[in-house]
Design a binder for this molecule. Structure first.
Ligand SMILES: [Fe+2]
Ligand SMILES: [Fe+2]
Length: 160
């Protein structure tokens, strides 16, 4: 993997996603504390679609091959994703009310942080070693909401 001549090296397809998620949510909480909360709805929409795209991409590209060797870890990740989807829906129903409830916000942010830390120590290093660069790139594009080219094979396992 080398950078193309004349271009800056591309960012690694597996890096930076979790930091971005947590930052978007922290910005949202800061916005909720302002008197003028006019940007709250669009910021929520951005966070919600980014988080959903992220967990959908993990489930589509990384978890199926990860599950074969790490069924317990994969199940724990899926359970967290289920929790995130549920809370997104609950928060979204009455955004102002929920973002004023500090305990709910804190527990969501804590679980998001723990989840990211756990994946950063397990799923992502595994994916960097075992998943082909093609699948990693497809993961990145899906997570960023970009169009994805058709899968050439469904294995998700990188070949040397
Ligand atoms: Fe995840
Ligand atoms: Fe993640």
């Amino acid at each position: 993997m080398s950078a193309k001549r004349g271009h800056p090296p591309p960012s690694h397809p597996l890096r930076g996603h979790h930091k971005k998620m947590v930052k978007l949510f922290e910005d949202l909480v800061a916005e909720a504390k302002k008197d003028d909360r006019s940007k709250l709805r669009p910021m929520w929409a951005t966070f919600e679609s980014a988080l959903l795209a992220h967990i959908n991409a993990e489930e589509a590209e990384l978890l199926p091959p990860y599950r074969r060797g790490h069924p317990v870890e994969a199940k724990a990740i899926e359970e967290d994703h289920h929790f995130f989807r549920k809370v997104l829906t609950e928060f979204g129903v009455d955004l102002d009310l929920h973002l004023m409830r500090a305990d709910a916000v804190e527990s969501f942010l804590r679980r998001l942080g723990d989840h990211a830390e756990s994946e950063d120590g397990g799923l992502y290093p595994w994916a960097a070693r075992e998943v082909s660069t093609e699948v990693q790139e497809r993961f990145r594009r899906t997570a960023e909401g970009l169009p994805v080219t058709k899968k050439k094979d469904g294995s998700g396992i990188g070949l040397p």
